[in-house]
Design a protein around this ligand. Sequence first.
Ligand code: GLN
Length: 469
Amino acid sequence: EGVAALLGRIGAANPELNAYREVYAEAALARAEAVDRGERSGPLAGVPIASKDVLCYDGGTTACGSRMLRGHRSPFSATCLARLEAAGAIVVGTCNMDEFALGSSTETSAYGPSLNPWDTARVPGGSSGGSAVALAAGLCSAALGTDTGGSIRQPAALCGVVGLKPTYGRISRHGLVACASSLDQVGPFTRTVADAALLLSVMAGDDPLDATTAPLPVEPELADAEAIHRPIRGLRVGLPRQYLDAEANHPAVQRAVERAMGWFRDAGAELVEVDLPHSRFGIPTYYVLMTAEVSSNLARYDGVHFGHRSPERTSGLDAMTRDSRGEAFGDEVKRRIMLGTYALSSGYHDALYERALRVRRLIANDFHRVFGTGGFEPPAASGGGCDVLLCPTTTGTAFKLGEKTDDPLSMYLNDIYTVNANLAGIAGISVPTGLAPAEEDAPELPVGVQLIGPAFGELRLLRAAAMLE
Ligand code: GLN
């Protein structure tokens, strides 16, 4: 009954919001009946979950928001989805996204943008915008996203839900269509921090099918809402000076961070200013490295192996590949492939790609220093540094559809507070803190704050985030 009612709501709301790219109505109903009969059980028995169009699923198509993969059927399911299903969850459909996860608004999707349920004239953020909309509009109980440079945390903030980007290597990327392989990570969108912890506990852990997953135990406390809500005594919260520039941030965002500081202080936390001096190089570093990786990952769409093949019968293999890619990729995908190919070309490789790799290391080292960790490793019991960092997720609230589509640079600047966690491989979460007051041309809109934690420090990060609920 629950799933049937949910499918009814999706049928009514999705034509406008465009949250789901495909709904698996029949399969979802069959699974729900199996739960009712007691044939499917587990910690997520019967929980309807929305996937993202970049995750392979053997029960539906995976188009990556692109014409290139329209109708593509994967013969297997991504590890994260398989683990959710093994825990009893019901995958109700797959959500719209920016084409190949390249964007911050869902406007680069070949299937049209998703609309922000708080104001349908505004974007939900991206690239996992459809997932955030599905959850915020009550069209699922939790959703999956992927975060390469902010694609979970930014839409979570703009839609008023929780969004967790786990540490690189915490959740398997097997079955996640690669965007930028050294940055991509799967994570949950949920209504509460405890739900995010529960989903993480189900999806996390070693996977022989992804050699970059960490063979670390998954803390059982993650699945225990009471443990997540136990306040941390003596919490040290770092305030990165570079992220708290009142001039860069919308006043409502600045106020949200200040309010969160107050809540932490009231709970007995110690607040300390910290420096992340290399963070200001995050955007250029990210956009060199991510485009380089994208240009290489997307080379597989050649008109032969996967996806669209041009019906043009021009002469030769090169022409067929060129026509297929030219017809099926959108403008943003082409822009990234060109930028990345440039950064990797022999004359510029050292000046751009190699240099960006070195700056990436400096950015990561800043974080390791403030967390008191030696490097990319689980935090020691008493590292002496900060437990978490508090900062904005985005500089502002949801922007209007079309507002930034002609200005890629301003679109890229959306990621200013999120990309560094990906470059460092560490964990981050966006937690909703309330609504920004209505303005002349905008209704009340959600605002989130971001907490960043050390590698594999999700348990502490989530417990700190729960203190803001
Ligand atoms: N908005 C960022 C970009 O366009 C991040 C995308 C992502 O995290 N997938 O690259």
